[in-house]
Design a protein around this ligand. Structure first.
Ligand SMILES: [Zn+2]
Length: 412
């Protein structure tokens, strides 16, 4: 099965050889081809070039003319909590009315209430709810996504979440990576007994997660009032024994050394980073750890944005992700994330698109197969509507510029 897309106004994020990621000044370069073709063979990109070089000796099963439209790789969303039960819309309204966190928790808000509800929800129901969200993000142009556990907070419920993630991966063409986030919050039953809970996560839940091969990555909420740097190191050490790579929540509200712990354990990514000290930026230089910003979380909570400008200007790479979750980011829209990164974090469109494609792929260990238009990579791409250029995507924020989406060569 061979398909040719012809007369592409601009083919975006092309590369001849897959690179790991882009950082610093390189992030401002977005390689493109104008008046281009793209050839897809089954689920793989087999060729691309300018229209004057379109091979005329190949038989195509179909030819799709995309005159005046752009093609870019699908988004790579490296940080989400898509599997959850119900929603926290009442909490949203209560917050507008000025209720305190405690009052909200008493009325049924907060992570612990999300956990209580998830524990009671059947696996079938949880799967159905999450599947709706996976379909939603695919329609928004996401072609690869990471999903975390962490709303279970008991062995049964955490395993239930991870099994749901596995089933989603099996049933949808979008690539899904699973992360074990047992140390997301302290369950009510372990109030004031943090060490006991951490021991339970490490000695009781983690071995089963590893044995049943339910996660590739391990995560922890390293934050004042949640889990300390020492807790983080203890968990990452345990994860390492089972071959789980760290991708961790750090520096959301306070900089307490979580980045340093992540780098020490060779984390694939450190995520959030709204509170960044100079030493945190310094620590990330020349490492394999990708910093990940979550601007729609900052938007929703009205908290500071990750200082992207300062980080990129210091030579660091940066990835963008949604953090799709019921409490702080009930949205999985990477188009909005890209626009918000430009509008609020002063990233250029080139930097934001790099951050949401190639760097996002790296933050999931998918840089060899996703994140760019490259021969041999997955045929995952977005065909836009007739828009003037790629700058228009973040500029005309909140509008839908996507006309068609192909994942693994199939239109969805
Ligand atoms: Zn998160």
């Amino acid at each position: 099965m061979k398909t040719a897309f012809i007369n592409i106004k601009e083919l975006i994020q092309i590369e001849d050889l897959p690179k790991k990621y882009v950082s610093g000044k390189e992030m401002s370069k977005l390689p493109t081809l104008k008046n281009a073709f793209l050839i897809v063979e089954n689920d793989i990109i087999s060729d691309f070039g300018t229209m004057d070089n379109l091979p005329n000796n190949i038989h195509f099963n179909s030819i799709i003319d995309v005159t005046d439209k752009l093609i870019l790789p699908t988004w790579c969303d490296s940080h989400t909590h898509i599997v959850y039960a119900g929603n926290r819309v009442q909490e949203f309204v209560d917050r507008i009315h000025g209720l305190t966190y405690e009052a909200i928790a008493n009325k049924g808000g907060g992570i612990l209430n999300s956990a209580k509800l998830l524990q009671k929800t059947s696996e079938e129901d949880l799967y159905a709810q999450a599947a709706t969200r996976v379909e939603e993000v695919m329609q928004l142009g996401t072609g690869a996504v990471e999903i975390k556990s962490g709303y279970g907070l008991t062995k049964d419920a955490e395993l239930k979440m991870l099994r749901v993630i596995k089933r989603l991966e099996e049933n949808y063409p979008i690539t899904i990576k699973a992360t074990f986030l047992g140390a997301h919050a302290l369950p009510i039953e372990f109030k004031d007994k943090k060490n006991e809970y951490l021991t339970d996560v490490i000695e009781n839940i983690l071995p089963t997660v590893a044995k049943e091969n339910l996660a590739e990555f391990i995560d922890i909420f390293c934050e004042t009032g949640y889990f300390s740097v020492e807790d983080t190191e203890q968990l990452l050490e345990a994860g390492k024994r089972y071959g789980l790579k760290p991708k961790i929540h750090v520096n959301q509200f306070n900089a307490i050394g979580g980045i340093q712990a992540g780098v020490k354990y060779n984390a694939l990514s450190v995520d959030h980073l709204e509170a960044m000290r100079d030493e945190d930026i310094e620590c990330l230089k020349n490492t394999n750890t990708m910093p990940v910003a979550l601007p729609s979380c900052s938007y929703f909570l009205s908290i500071p944005y990750t200082p992207a400008r300062k980080m990129i200007d210091a030579g660091l790479p940066l990835a963008l992700a949604t953090d799709y979750n019921p409490g702080s980011t009930p949205s999985g829209n990477m188009n909005f994330v890209v626009a918000t990164a430009c509008i609020k974090m002063k990233m250029t469109p080139e930097e934001a698109i790099n951050a949401a494609t190639i760097n996002g792929a790296y933050a999931m260990g998918l840089e060899k197969t996703h994140g760019s238009i490259c021969r041999g990579k997955k045929a995952n791409f977005i065909v836009t509507k007739k828009i003037p250029n790629y700058n228009f995507i973040p500029y005309s924020f909140g509008n839908n510029h996507i006309e068609r989406i192909f994942i693994e060569g199939v239109e969805i």
